[in-house]
Design a protein around this ligand. Sequence first.
Ligand code: AMP
Length: 374
Amino acid sequence: MNKTIGIFGGGQLGRMMAQAALPLNLECTFFESNADCPAAILGQVYSTEQDPNALQAFIESADVFSLEFENTPLADVDRLSQDKAIYPPRQALATAQNRLLEKELFQRLEIPVAPFRAVDSLESLQTAVAQLGLPIVLKTATGGYDGKGQFVLREAEQIDQAWQELGPAKSLIAESFVQFSREVSIIAVRGQDGEVKTWPLAENHHHHGILSHSIVPAPRSEALQPVAQDYITRLLNHLNYVGVLTLELFVTEQGLFANEMAPRVHNSGHWSIEGAVCSQFENHVRAVAGLPLGSTEVVRPTVMVNIIGQHPKSEDVLALNGAHLHLYNKSEREGRKLGHITLMPLNQSELTHLCRQLAEILPEPLALTQDITI
Ligand code: AMP
């Protein structure tokens, strides 16, 4: 029987999930406010803008559910009838939506995190600063992304300002500032039978708070891989998770510290479409549909570069040796992820050459100006 997967959200992640589902004869439908979303070309969109009762029609449209938007309202998930499952499970979603719950879970599973305190008043912020010392990163517990809803507190004089900016959110988390050398992420998938497969660590670079490029496998990370794999496996098993989970980590002199998890496919896993035997999108769809998982082995070291804000000329990108271009059918806007480019260089000198060419082609040069090593 062909299954239909109903996906909460219809952005580029939903689009790439549906692209992976198509060859498996699995259909996707989407629940999304914007009827003209990136995923629309691949399946029916149930749009709340067009129909206030779209949620009910969406629920009726599919056999099993998933999501590409981690802030999917829990109330919407709760409307699914008893006999329709959602993967990842509700508890994983609820935990990932709240930084405090998330950090508490990491602690319970003995996954190292920066010392943190819950903050819900100016007094509790003052106490947190006194206990943790400065600098600290103050974050809203819910709703923040790409560095939004954050304040880096370096001096005690900034306490009032930080509280004025973020206090209205009511529930905050104060974290010690982590002195990290690199940011990495690990992505893993768990099947309905409990099998876990993990991709290699990605080394992630940001530009103005947005992921600019990922290098996989993360260079000089052989010793970190089993540790990260152990941490994410603890989370997957504890949450009785099904589907793809991402864990973002800081590399420090004291080892890996967990920053946050995303209960979904992740931008730092886009490399896997060409760079792995089975991509994060295909394995997610396989898990949700109850199919066997595919190999997460790397085909070749891969660099994924985001296209942000403005499109380069497709002809220029495709003229680069071995480059793959993925466009999401989105209009240009500052800071918006419009697509990505995958490079699969044969060696370091080819990569250096490709990066230099790419830095000239991309309208916003990102952080590619310094050479990337694999
Ligand atoms: P987040 O929204 O938690 O992913 O944070 C966005 C970015 O802020 C991260 O990618 C880090 O570069 C930085 N950041 C977040 N938390 C901390 C921390 N506790 N210490 C240092 N940098 C942080």
